[in-house]
Each structure stands twice: as structure tokens, then as C-alpha cells.
Design a protein around this ligand. Structure first.
Ligand code: PMP
Length: 410
């Protein structure tokens, strides 16, 4: 029933393939800069101390059971997630114009939002059905969006010359997109480039999107992990909410809680301020619940319980903020150390972007051949677009990595 001309052999997922190749490599000097997961200074996964505390508390609870969650997820988790991303005093919350569903981490939230758009987003301008994503963007955006049959277009984002934001290109494409287009925006710590707009640039983007009546869809996978401040990393989203946009948010807790495999995330729909906003939110929420029911029935409980305990407890929350500063601080230190090592080696080229970029990733500017050479000669594993996961660097390997880079660019 499924001959090769109907079901061809699909290529391996490049990132998970990279992970497998790294595992197989027996060289003791090998360096994993592939997958975006935090590592401590010993290159080991890090269970956040606050997560360990919450986990211990949960496990010792004699009333803990394995019942289903409601379709929309754990109510205290989704309510706390709204406050975290929008701010406790958000007018959207006091106006009750937000509806939120717990999802299968950030991926599930991007999917649920895309599925909703594919079914219901029908602006008067049919040309504007497409979602615009940054070029480049997180590779999974492409698959998630095409899987729900939404047309996808892109806006320029990264400047190869400056290794920073191509603001004019981005702004121009958004300005020229048909009125009412969906624009997918990375809320902070853009993946894969590590390049974010400044607050001033965000204001300009919001202004032109308002004029064009575009619809923002924020993907927020690194709140608190990027700058170390939860509020700073949610600034762009909150600016758009303040400007009165109707918008959607995909929120992941994989990185900021280190809950990668627990799949804790949230999807939010925020209606624009109007007298019918509460009615709209109720209608949208009812349809989202049907989509959720048919896809996953109800979301996984354990990770959301851990996150919920921390988000709803003042002491644990403060400890979490400390843990976030530990992670973001170590990554910033590694950016500095890498830059210093390259400067010391007088490696050809300008490496200022290493410290200017933010969050989990850096787009190094290394090309595919250089990436290949790094792997063959030095057992360094990174994606072929030249992206490195900064968390894979530590005081034990940063000099080795800098020397390896120096070797391939000379
Ligand atoms: N969006 C972006 C931009 C990401 O980088 C990630 C994590 N790689 C996600 C969404 C979602 O990841 P997860 O499903 O693990 O929360």
C-alpha cells in the first residue's frame, strides 16, 4: 500500500542525527555544540536546584495521582503562565481577554496556534493567509506550518555582513506583506542566530504591523534564559500587548526550567481590547479545546505540576530567578571567553558578534566546509549553518574550540 514513490525514505532530522554522531565519537576531546540544551561547566545536563526541590515535594505528596488533566491543562499552571508572560498587572488579564491552554511544550503551542490559524484565519484579504517567518528560523517552524497546510513566506532577518539584524530587510518585507498577514516573531534569543531587535526596533516593527493590520504570533522559548531577567525577555510581547494588538503566544518551559523531556508549555490567545473581547476569547477558547481534544486529548501532567509549584510559590520563584541567572550568566561568560580566545589567537575576521548575540545560540559565520572540517579534524559537532549552542562550551573546552576555529578559518 505504501510503495517508495508514495512514501519515500525521509531524511534523518539533522539535529538529532548530529546528536547520534556525537554519541558514537569515541575521541575524548569531542565537543557537542549541536542541540540547544543547557549544560553545566562539566558538560553535564543540569537539573535546576529549584526544580529538584519542587520535584522532591511532588514525589512526597501522598495525594499525587496519575489522573487526566482537563483538556486545557492544569488551571493553576496556565493562570501562572499568563502572569509570567504578560506581567501580573497586564490590562489584558484584568480585562479577561486572554485564553490559555497547556500544550506539549513550545512545539505543541506553535502547532496548536498554526492549526487554529489554518482552520480559522480568514482575513478579508485571502492573499494574507500566509505566515511570514524569519529567514532563517528554527527549522521545525517550517515543518509544523507546512504540516497544517498553511502557506509560508519569509522575511529577511540576518545580515551576513554584520552578523547582526538586517533590520531594513525585515522592516521592508513586513511593510510589503499583504495587509493582515500573520508574522511569526521570536520573542527573544532568536534561534538560530542569537540576534534580537533592540527595543527601539521592536517599536518600529510594532508600528508598521499596526498600520498593516498584521497579526503577531510570538514564539517564546527562552524567557529568562536569554538576559537572566524574565521581564526583559518578555518586553517585546508586552509592548505589542500595550499597543492593543490581538495576538498569539507559544510559550515553552523546556529551557528556562530545564524541563526538556517533560514537555511543559502553554499557548495563549490575547484578544484586542474591545467590548466584545470576552465573547471572542470564549469562542476562540472553545474551538482551541476541540482541536486539542482531537490531537492530544489532554496535556502531560508532571512537568506542568513542577512548573506550577514554582510559579505559584514566592520562595521557589525567587530561587528560580537565581537559577536563571546562573544559566544565562555562564553562557555570557562563555561568549566572553570564546571572543577573548579568538582575539588572543588573532583569528582572522571580526568576532564581535559572539558577545553581541544573546541566548542559547550563536551564528558564528562559519561556512559548511569549515563546519565539516571542525568535525573531522577536531571532533567538534555543530549544525552545518554554523550555529553553535553556547551551553556546550565550558572552561575546559573553550580554548580548544577557539584553536580549532582558528585552524579552519586561516
Ligand atoms: N521555538 C523555538 C524558536 C525554539 O528554539 C524551541 C526549542 N528548540 C521551541 C520553539 C520549542 O521547543 P520545545 O518544544 O522543546 O519547548
Amino acid at each position: 500500500a505504501f510503495p517508495p514513490d508514495v512514501v519515500s525514505q525521509a531524511p534523518e532530522d539533522p539535529l538529532f542525527g548530529l546528536m547520534a554522531a556525537y554519541k558514537k565519537d569515541t575521541d575524548s576531546k569531542k565537543v557537542d555544540l549541536g542541540i540547544g540544551a543547557y549544560r553545566d561547566n562539566n558538560a553535564k545536563p543540569w537539573v535546576l536546584p529549584v526544580v529538584k526541590q519542587a520535584d522532591d515535594r511532588l514525589r512526597s505528596d501522598p495525594d499525587l495521582n496519575h489522573e487526566y488533566l482537563p483538556i486545557g491543562g492544569l488551571a493553576e499552571f496556565t493562570a501562572a503562565s499568563q502572569k509570567l508572560i504578560l506581567g501580573k498587572n497586564s490590562p489584558a488579564l484584568s480585562d479577561k481577554r486572554v485564553v490559555s491552554l497547556q500544550t506539549v511544550s513550545g512545539t505543541g503551542a506553535v502547532h496548536l496556534g498554526s492549526l487554529f490559524l489554518s482552520k480559522f484565519y480568514n482575513p478579508s484579504n485571502a492573499d494574507a493567509k500566509a505566515i511570514y517567518v524569519s529567514s532563517p528560523t528554527w527549522a521545525n517552524h517550517n515543518q509544523i506550518i507546512t504540516n497544517v497546510h498553511l502557506p509560508m513566506k519569509s522575511y529577511p532577518y540576518f545580515s551576513k555582513e554584520t552578523k547582526g539584524l538586517d533590520f531594513d530587510g525585515m522592516y521592508g518585507a513586513i511593510e510589503q506583506a499583504p495587509s493582515g498577514s500573520v508574522i511569526l516573531l521570536h520573542a527573544c534569543a532568536h534561534n538560530p542566530t542569537g540576534v534580537d531587535p533592540t527595543q527601539d526596533q521592536w517599536k518600529k516593527i510594532a508600528k508598521v504591523m499596526r498600520e498593516k493590520k498584521h497579526f503577531p504570533f510570538f514564539d517564546c522559548a527562552y524567557q529568562g534564559f536569554a538576559s537572566g531577567s524574565l521581564a526583559t525577555d518578555a518586553w517585546a510581547i508586552n509592548h505589542f500587548v500595550e499597543q492593543g494588538f490581538e495576538l498569539m503566544i507559544a510559550q515553552s518551559y523546556a529551557k528556562n526550567f530545564g524541563l526538556y523531556g517533560e514537555r511543559a508549555g502553554c499557548f495563549h490567545f490575547v484578544a484586542a481590547p474591545s467590548s466584545s473581547a470576552q465573547d471572542e476569547v470564549a469562542r476562540v477558547g472553545s474551538q482551541l479545546a476541540i482541536l486539542q481534544r482531537s490531537e492530544i486529548s489532554n496535556p502531560p501532567a508532571y512537568g506542568a505540576r513542577i512548573a506550577s509549584l514554582i510559579l505559584n510559590d514566592e520562595k521557589l520563584f525567587a530561587q528560580w530567578e537565581e537559577d536563571l541567572r546562573t544559566m544565562s550568566g555562564r553562557i555570557k561568560d562563555m561568549r566572553k571567553a570564546l571572543k577573548e580566545n579568538l582575539d588572543k589567537l588573532q583569528t582572522p575576521g571580526n568576532w564581535d558578534h559572539i558577545t553581541a548575540q544573546i541566548g542559547m545560540f550563536s551564528f558564528t559565520g562559519l561556512n559548511e566546509q569549515q563546519v565539516q572540517k571542525l568535525r573531522e579534524q577536531s571532533h567538534v559537532y555543530m549544525t552545518k549553518n554554523g550555529r553553535i549552542s553556547m551551553a556546550g562550551l565550558n572552561t575546559g573546552n573553550v580554548e580548544y574550540f577557539a584553536k580549532a576555529v582558528d585552524g579552519v578559518v586561516r
